[in-house]
Design a protein around this ligand. Structure first.
Ligand SMILES: [Zn+2]
Length: 87
């Protein structure tokens, strides 16, 4: 009986998402234009495209975001480094 209750609960959660849409919470900021999101209800991950629309986070997109994230870090590090040098 208990197991049945659990499965029912899970189905209802996903049903809620397909009915009302996912409740995305920002989990990682990639740079000024891109972020990664996770639905707080069903844990589905998403990112945004160049027009700001939410799209499903595939492993390929995750790799791109990772690259952008490190490029951004490198850029920030370099700008700080050069800024310090000029002073
Ligand atoms: Zn969801």
């Amino acid at each position: 009986m208990k197991a049945n209750y659990l499965t029912e609960g899970m189905v209802k959660k996903n049903y809620r998402c397909s009915l009302l849409g996912h409740h995305y919470v920002e989990i990682k900021k990639v740079n000024n234009h891109f972020s990664e999101y996770e639905c707080s209800i069903c844990k589905m991950q998403a990112t945004n495209d160049t027009r700001g629309h939410k799209i499903t986070l595939t492993s390929q997109l995750k790799e791109i975001n990772e690259t952008l994230f490190y490029l951004n870090l490198k850029k920030q590090f370099l700008s700080k480094f050069y800024f310090k040098k000029e002073q």
